[in-house]
Write a protein that binds this ligand. Structure first.
Ligand SMILES: [Zn+2]
Length: 142
């Protein structure tokens, strides 16, 4: 069974009706067996559920985006954990530390990570110092 919302073009009356299937609806419609419950006109059409469909679709898209975001966040968090375990945190001294490694050939056991401004990154790059910018999410659980 399927419930359709029907609309009469003649008197502008809307009503709901049950059909065995969408095929049955098409059959009745073709044979002009569909009448308005109010004025008996056969100018009856299935209501378009468009607004409903659209809101449902956007909801799904929102959920999809949410899932995508969660996945990305998880990846970043995993990445961050790896960096925290394997790199030395230098905070805002990143540019300075990167230079001291580069110019003094100070061999550090660990790589470094920290904060740098866009300008600092540009300067490092100009000096031939390789720095990767990665997205970072604040870990609120800590
Ligand atoms: Zn009608």
């Amino acid at each position: 069974m399927i419930k359709y919302s029907l609309h009469c073009k003649n008197c502008d009356f809307s009503f709901e009706s049950w059909f065995a299937s969408s095929k049955e609806y098409e059959k009745l419609k073709k044979k002009n067996f569909l009448n308005c419950h109010k004025c008996n006109s056969i100018e009856v059409e299935k209501n378009l559920m468009a607004p409903n469909l659209i809101s449902k679709k956007s909801q799904t898209k929102k959920e999809k985006d949410q899932r995508k975001y969660e996945k990305i966040r998880k990846t970043i968090t995993k990445y961050q954990k790896f960096i925290k375990n394997n790199f030395e945190y230098v905070g805002n001294n990143f540019a300075y530390e990167a230079r001291s490694i580069h110019y003094n050939e100070k061999k550090k056991q660990k790589g470094i990570y920290g904060s740098a401004s866009k300008q600092e990154l540009k300067e490092l790059k100009d000096e031939g110092i390789d720095a990767q910018m990665i997205p970072w999410v604040e870990d609120k659980s800590n």
